[in-house]
Design a protein around this ligand. Structure first.
Ligand code: NDP
Length: 450
């Protein structure tokens, strides 16, 4: 009993680290949540006695499997596939699949852990999961990607299903990959169900799903700015990445009257001081989604500067949207952003700021929207896609966009409720962690020791 009543962060993290050695991203994600939650749990002993924090940090199930496939030259390749089924207290496991050479167990466990709180914040009935593979789709032909996806789903299909676990896209997994995996699932299981989200519109997808994460991150920024009587219109925005989330964050920023001056990929970033307009964004859509080229070509095409091997955080801006990957903003980047006048950061990516960078943002009292709140729009519309699949009835664009906007407004309200300290400053990290925790924790209490 003594240790139950004295859970401190160091003891708790020592156990997490010992149990999950070498998984630094997972440690980072758990530590951030534990720091927010431990004081709250102290005040609510029912969670402490039931060891909810300890249980929520342990995946319900992890599946690791071999993914063999044959390239266009007949050579055999062997990748590793994963699915982390983190928590199903409030609904089927739900979360994306990432195909990227850096994928490992620790990264997917951090993503699955974050997903539990994010999905709860949406208010929709979705548990948390994540999966993927160290497969790199870059430079592969469509046929190679198809063969890989078919092999991946041949194993994964045993573990997923519309009421069990519903994967979606993430880095390296877009409409093409979802299509190949859905086709293989349908072929093996002989059923047409909502086993994946992010499907094409003609075969069970939802309008606004591709746009949802990027749009949602901008809606969240709008809500944060409103608390200071400001708006997106007229703001200069720095966006990183040039994939799905970046593209649609940029699209919504343009529509709302902001000037987006950067985009990037893992090779470098482009700086367009005149701003990326609709026509230039269409070039990016074609470059990234069809030709699958590098962002450098934007600089060559429009005669703007390209910075090889660098990130865009030294470009002065009012608002920043990190939309590429984890830990892409370090302490020095955060200081540079604040020094240059950035007043709001809305994270399209998952955990793009290091703990030191988060400390700088919170210490500077800027509007800092962490990924698990700011990028929840993607999974929210995935939840709406599941609802439409169950009803076998697609909704209209306006309806889905309106619901997305309302969900982002609600998430913002939840963050304000649990993240305010009485002053006019909102700690959105604390707000998102506590707000996301309560529903899952109460469901776990109700369901007994499972
Ligand atoms: P995409 O694969 O469409 O795009 C990823 C972008 O980030 C690309 O421009 C890619 O560049 C860049 N990138 C990837 N890895 C790195 C790296 N190590 N260093 C620098 N740049 C990198 O993925 P998404 O847009 O879907 O995802 C982006 C982020 O948003 C991820 O953190 C993801 O977890 C998060 N997210 C996505 C959601 C979704 O609905 N898709 C939902 C919620 C969060 P390159 O092409 O050179 O690799």
């Amino acid at each position: 009993m003594a240790d139950l009543l004295n859970v401190n962060i160091n003891d708790f993290m020592a156990k997490i680290i010992a149990k999950n050695p070498g998984e630094s991203e997972f440690h980072q994600a758990v530590q951030e949540v534990a720091e927010s939650l431990l004081p709250y749990i102290e005040e609510h002993p029912k969670y402490k006695h039931a060891k909810i924090l300890e249980r929520i940090s342990e995946p319900e199930r992890i599946i690791i499997f071999r993914v063999p496939w044959v390239d266009d030259n007949g050579e055999i390749h062997i990748n590793r596939g994963y699915r982390i089924e983190m928590n199903s207290a409030i609904g089927p496991f739900k979360g994306g699949l990432r195909f990227h050479p850096t994928v490992n167990l620790g990264i997917l466990k951090f993503l699955a852990f974050e997903q539990v709180f994010k999905n709860s914040l949406t208010t929709l009935p979705m548990g948390g999961g994540k999966g993927g593979s160290d497969f790199d789709p870059k430079g592969k032909s469509d046929n190679e990607v198809m063969r890989f996806c078919q092999s991946f789903m041949t194993e994964l299909q045993r573990h997923v299903g519309p009421d069990t676990d519903v994967p979606a896209g993430d880095i390296g997994v877009g409409g093409r990959e979802i299509g190949y995996m859905f086709g293989q699932y349908k072929r093996i299981r002989n059923e047409f169900t909502g086993v994946l989200t992010g499907k094409g519109l003609e075969w069970g997808g939802s309008v606004i799903r591709p746009e949802a994460t990027g749009y949602g991150a901008v809606y969240f920024a709008e809500e944060m700015l409103k608390t200071r009587n400001e708006e997106i219109k007229g703001k200069t925005a720095v966006v990183s990445g040039s994939g799905n989330v970046s593209q649609y964050a940029t699209e919504k920023l343009i529509v709302l009257g902001a000037k987006v001056v950067t985009l990037s990929d893992s090779s470098g970033y482009v700086f367009d001081p005149d701003g990326i307009d609709r026509e230039k964004l269409d070039f990016v859509f074609e470059l990234k989604n069809i030709r699958r080229g590098r962002i450098k070509e934007y600089a060559e095409h429009y005669g703007v500067k390209y910075f090889e091997g660098q990130t865009p955080w030294n470009i002065p801006c009012d608002v920043a949207f990190p939309c590429a990957t984890q830990n892409e903003i370090n302490e020095s980047d955060a200081k540079t952003l604040c020094r240059n006048g950035c007043t709001a950061v809305s994270e399209g990516a998952n955990m793009p700021s290091t703990p030191e960078a988060v400390e700088v943002f919170i210490g500077s009292k800027i509007l800092y929207g962490p990924g698990k709140a700011a990028n929840a729009g993607g999974v929210a519309v995935s939840g709406l896609e599941m609802a439409q699949n169950s009803m076998r009835l697609p909704w209209f664009r306006e309806e889905v966009d309106q619901r997305l906007k309302q969900i982002m407004v609600n998430i913002h309200e939840t963050c304000v409720k649990y993240g305010s300290d009485g002053s006019d400053f909102v700690n959105y990290v604390k707000g998102a962690n506590i707000g996301g925790f309560i529903k899952v924790a109460d469901a776990m209490l109700a369901q007994g020791i499972v």
